[in-house]
Design a protein around this ligand. Structure first.
Ligand code: NAI
Ligand code: MG
Length: 369
């Protein structure tokens, strides 16, 4: 494989390409000013791919995604493709990527920028300086477990069934991701389940404990019941570094954590899979938000969620912590100076366009470097 660092851009639809244009500028800056260069490739996904090839993700694009270090995706979907049958919708492109790359660990950081503390639903002192990461198991658990369905009972009632299922392998591989991440952060993992009432939770706790002893004893590990974790996230979120949990609890806890920091336009994410023979962990980075058709094409989108997704790639795929810090610091300083896209406006701040936000980040990078 190529020894260079490789990234595949999939800008997608709506505001995806607009945000991605600003990220590209930062990547070019990295090459120029920090000698951090990437082999860049770009392809189509979602509605853009449907328009060009009739499918939301071409086989050739899938092949490329499987052979790069990191995929950086914008967003997919929009009203133009809403009437297509489910199997042909833009969103299927993203689902195919996640499935064929086997991305079983979904990472959602909650990083609180000082200037946006007032956008949080919590008191400033509770969220100020917050930097935590939720690792949600994404391909197992109750959303996929068998048996499932709705059945008729002899007495005329109906019964709905879903089953929480986890194997030791599924638990261990997501546990590995969480411990590896913690090693690049503050070295603390909290594993969360309901071992008090669920056998799958008992197994989860046993396997995480074993894995910790075998491979990750340098990391501090605690266990916390998931209901308590929900409570602690709004009471004292700064006690956490990495939280690792199952698909269902992770779905809820990551949405709670997201609201600690405010706006959709600021939230990055990553999905990680297995380490391959070249020692490379499959990785897809993308903002949490969608294609925002209501503001697409108006130069209004907040590009920071996508830019922060790239910063996550720097930190977790490329081991470039300094560069990741630099990008996050530049974002922080730009926000501090009162420059905002419309979605994060507050009193006394100045609304700027997507491209002007990109300009501001680049100017700040120049100043910091
Ligand atoms: P959305 O996230 O696209 O938009 C929700 C609201 O937040 C809109 O008012 C939008 O203008 C605003 N918003 C989102 N991101 C923003 C940003 N970066 N800057 C400023 N404002 C922003 O969710 P919605 O409206 O439910 O879905 C729109 C389309 O996106 C649909 O086709 C949906 O299927 C797709 N979608 C795609 C996702 C993905 O690609 N991962 C995730 C969620 C939705
Ligand atoms: Mg959710």
């Amino acid at each position: 494989m190529a020894a260079n660092k490789s990234i595949l851009f999939l800008p997608g639809d709506g505001i995806g390409p607009e945000a991605m244009t600003q990220v590209r500028r930062v990547i070019e800056w990295m090459g120029r000013e920090r000698s951090v260069s990437f082999d860049l490739d770009e392809d189509l996904v979602g509605g853009a791919a449907i328009d060009a090839h009739g499918v939301p993700l071409a086989d050739a694009t899938m092949e490329k995604a499987l052979n790069v270090d990191a995929v950086l995706l914008g967003a997919v979907g929009g009203p133009k493709w809403d009437d297509l049958p489910f199997e042909k919708k833009p969103e299927r492109g993203l689902l195919r990527l996640r499935k064929e790359m086997e991305l079983y660990a979904n990472l959602r950081p909650a990083l609180c920028f000082e200037a946006l503390v007032s956008a949080s639903s919590l008191k400033p002192e509770i969220v100020s300086g917050l930097d935590i990461m939720i690792v949600r198991e994404l391909t197992g658990g109750v959303y996929f477990g068998e048996p499932r369905g709705i059945e008729e009972l002899p007495d005329g009632q109906r019964r709905g069934i879903n089953t929480q299922v986890y194997t030791t392998n599924e638990i261990r591989r997501v546990g590995d991701v969480a411990f590896d991440l913690a090693r690049k952060r503050s070295g603390h993992v909290t594993s969360s389940e309901k071992a008090n009432v669920m056998e799958s939770g008992v197994l989860w706790r046993q396997e995480i404990t074993k894995l910790h002893q075998e491979k990750h004893s340098d990391i501090k590990l605690d266990h916390m019941y998931a209901d308590n974790a929900g409570m602690q996230l709004v009471r004292n979120p700064k006690q956490f570094d990495v939280i690792v949990t199952d698909n269902l609890f992770g779905d809820m806890l990551s949405d709670v954590a997201a609201m600690l920091t405010g706006s959709l336009g600021m939230l990055p994410s990553a999905s990680l899979g297995d380490v391959d023979a070249n020692g490379r962990r499959k990785a897809l980075y993308e903002p949490v938000h969608g294609s925002a058709p209501d503001i697409a094409g108006q130069d209004k989108a907040n590009p920071l969620a996508t830019l922060l997704s790239y910063a996550m790639a720097l930190r977790y795929t490329f081991d470039l912590a300094e560069e990741a810090d630099l990008v996050e610091q530049a974002v922080q300083n730009v926000l501090d100076s009162g420059i905002r896209t419309p979605d994060i406006m507050a009193e006394g701040t100045k609304a700027v366009s997507t491209s002007a936000m990109g300009d501001a980040v680049l100017a700040e990078l120049d100043r910091l470097n």
